[in-house]
Design a protein around this ligand. Structure first.
Ligand code: HEM
Length: 475
C-alpha cells in the first residue's frame, strides 16, 4: 500500500466563520466588510446557485453555479470586464502590467508572457526555489525547538526571496539591503485598500498610504529600472552569457503573432506585478497547508513519508512523486483560497442561472463560498486532501474549484505557484515538524488575501541533523 492509499482515521474541521442564518443588514454588512469580509456570508450563499443584492447604487449578483461561472469567465468572457475597484486594489502602481491591462494591450502581453510560465520553463526556475528553501531551513535550524516562529511572516519572506532569485538570479546589486527594505514597504503600501478605493475615487486623487511612502516607492521603482538597464546592456554586449531567469525572458520576449517586444515600462510593471500577485498568495497557500497538517496527524504522517522518500532525488520527476503533498496544497487552496473573491462588471445584459443580469451589474464569484458550497461538495467543512487524489480529482467540476480563477484571465503563475508550494511544503516537512503554539486560536482574516489573523506562531522541531540537511538540496 503506498502512502497515497493509507486509510485516514478521522477528519478535522478547520476554523471558519459560521454563516449567519439570515443576510446581514446594510450597516452590519458594511461594518463586516471593513473588519473582515470573510465573515459576511449567510447560509443562503452556501446553498443557492445565485444570490442578488440590491443596494441604492449597486446591483450585484453572487454566482456560485459552475455553468454560470463558465459563462462569465469563459463562454461570454467578452461581456464581463474586471471592475475598477478590483483593478485598483490589486494593481495600484502596476498599471502597465498584465493584471490590470485590458483589451488588445492585455492580449498582446498575455501572448508574450505565456511561454515564460509554461511547465518546461517553470521547471527551469526550480533551482532558484530550492536555494531559497535551503536558506530558510538553515535559518530555522539555528532556532529549532526553542524560539516561536511566525510561520506566516516566514512564508512571506520565503516567497519574496524565491521571486528575487528567479527574477534577478544574479542578485539585486550593491544596494541589496536598501532595495529589499524598499520592496517590503512598496508591496505593503500598494496592497492596502484605501477607503477612497471603495468609494470609487479616481486614481489621480493620491492615497494617503502612498503619499507617506512616496520617496520609497520612487527609490524602489528607479532601482528596478537600473537593474533592467544593466541587464539589457549585458544581453547586448554578451548575448551568449546570459542568466537564465525571468528578467532575461522578459527582455527577450516578443509577441509570437507580431514579433513586437514589450516596452521598458511594461517590463518593469510586469516584474512588479509578478512580485505583487505572486508572493502573498503563495505564502498564504503554504501557511495554511502547514497549519492544516499540524492539526491532522494522519495527513502529516503521509506527507512526511512521501517527502522523506522524494527529497534529495533528482528534481526531474520529483513533483510527480509528491502527489499527497500536492493534494494537501490543493485542499488548503480549497478551504482558504488566497484570492477569496473575484468580480466582473457586465458590459451588456445577460442571463446567469435564471437570473437577469443588467448592463453595469457587478458579478461576484467567491472561491471561498464556491469551495464550501453545499450543492457541490461532500462534507465541505472537512479537511480531506483525498478529494484531490486519483479518480476523485477527475470528478471535480473545473468551474467548482478555481483558486487560480478560470478562462482567458486565469492566473498566469499557477504552475509556478503549485511547483513552488509543493517543493517548499515537502522540504519543510522533510526537515522539521511544526507545532502550533498551545492556546493560539487560528482565524481567517481577509486583507486583500486570506491569511491567519495575527500570524501563525509555531515551534519547529528538527527531524534530521543540519549536516544531512545540506546534502538534500542538490544546489
Ligand atoms: C497560490 C498562489 C496564487 C493564487 C491563489 C493566485 C490567484 C490568482 C487569481 C484568482 C487570478 C485571477 C483574478 C481574476 O480573474 O480576476 C490571478 C491572476 C494573475 N496572477 Fe495569480 N495567483 C497565485 C500566484 C501567482 C504567481 C506566483 C504569479 C506570478 C509569478 C501570479 C501572477 C498573476 C497574474 C500576472 C495574473 C493576471 C493574469 C491576467 O489577467 O491575464 N500569480 N491569480
Amino acid at each position: 500500500m503506498t502512502s497515497a492509499h493509507l486509510p485516514i482515521a478521522r477528519t478535522y474541521q478547520p476554523p471558519a466563520p459560521l454563516p449567519s442564518p439570515k443576510r446581514l443588514g446594510l450597516v452590519a454588512l458594511l461594518r463586516t466588510l471593513i473588519r473582515n469580509p470573510v465573515e459576511c456570508w449567510a447560509e443562503e450563499h452556501f446553498q443557492k446557485a445565485c444570490v442578488t443584492v440590491r443596494l441604492p447604487l449597486l446591483h450585484a449578483v453572487l454566482v456560485h453555479e459552475p455553468k454560470a461561472i463558465r459563462r462569465v469567465l469563459l463562454e461570454n468572457a467578452g461581456n464581463y470586464t474586471k471592475d475598477a475597484v478590483q483593478r485598483r486594489v490589486l494593481s495600484a502602481g502596476l498599471s502597465e502590467g498584465l493584471l490590470s491591462a485590458e483589451g488588445s494591450r492585455w492580449q498582446m502581453q498575455r501572448r508574450t508572457l505565456a511561454p515564460m510560465f509554461a511547465p518546461g520553463a517553470v521547471l527551469n526556475l526550480a533551482p532558484g526555489v530550492l536555494k531559497a528553501i535551503a536558506a530558510l531551513c538553515d535559518r530555522w535550524h539555528r532556532h529549532c525547538g526553542d524560539r516561536v516562529l511566525d510561520v506566516a511572516a516566514e512564508m512571506t519572506r520565503l516567497t519574496l526571496e524565491v521571486l528575487e532569485r528567479t527574477i534577478f538570479s544574479d542578485g539585486l546589486g550593491r544596494d541589496v539591503d536598501e532595495i529589499r527594505r524598499a520592496m517590503g514597504i512598496y508591496f505593503n503600501a500598494i496592497g492596502r485598500i484605501s477607503p477612497l478605493d471603495l468609494l470609487g475615487v479616481p486614481d489621480f486623487v493620491p492615497r494617503i498610504g502612498h503619499l507617506r511612502v512616496r520617496s520609497t516607492l520612487r527609490f524602489f521603482e528607479s532601482a528596478i529600472d537600473c537593474i533592467i538597464a544593466a541587464r539589457q546592456q549585458r544581453l547586448d554586449e554578451r548575448p551568449n552569457d546570459r542568466p537564465e531567469d525571468i528578467l532575461t525572458l522578459l527582455l527577450k520576449a516578443h509577441d509570437p503573432d507580431t514579433s513586437v517586444r514589450m516596452t521598458a515600462a511594461e517590463v518593469r510593471s510586469n516584474i512588479l506585478t509578478f512580485i505583487a500577485a505572486g508572493h502573498e498568495t503563495t505564502a498564504n497557500a503554504l501557511t495554511w497547508s502547514l497549519f492544516l497538517i499540524s492539526q491532522s496527524p494522519e495527513w502529516r504522517s503521509r506527507v512526511e513519508a512521501e517527502a522523506d522518500s522524494a527529497i534529495g532525488g533528482p528534481i526531474n520527476g520529483m513533483l510527480d512523486r509528491l502527489v499527497v503533498t500536492r493534494a494537501v496544497v490543493e485542499e488548503a487552496l480549497r478551504l482558504y483560497p488566497p484570492i477569496a473573491a473575484i468580480s466582473r462588471v457586465a458590459t451588456n445584459s445577460d442571463e446567469l442561472a435564471g437570473e437577469r443580469i443588467r448592463r453595469g451589474s457587478l458579478v461576484v464569484i467567491a472561491p471561498y463560498v464556491l469551495h464550501r458550497h453545499r450543492l457541490l461538495w461532500n462534507c465541505p467543512e472537512d479537511f480531506d486532501p483525498a478529494r484531490f487524489l486519483g479518480n476523485a480529482r477527475k470528478e471535480i467540476d473545473r468551474f467548482a474549484y478555481m483558486p487560480f480563477g478560470a478562462g482567458p484571465r486565469i492566473c498566469i503563475g499557477s504552475t509556478f505557484a503549485m511547483q513552488e508550494a509543493t517543493l517548499v511544503l515537502a522540504t519543510i516537512v522533510h526537515h522539521f515538524r511544526l507545532e502550533l503554539v498551545p492556546g493560539h486560536a487560528v482565524w481567517p482574516l481577509l486583507r486583500v488575501t486570506l491569511r491567519p489573523a495575527g500570524g501563525l506562531p509555531m515551534i519547529a522541531k528538527s527531524r534530521r541533523s543540519r549536516e544531512r540537511m545540506h546534502g538534500a538540496f542538490g544546489v
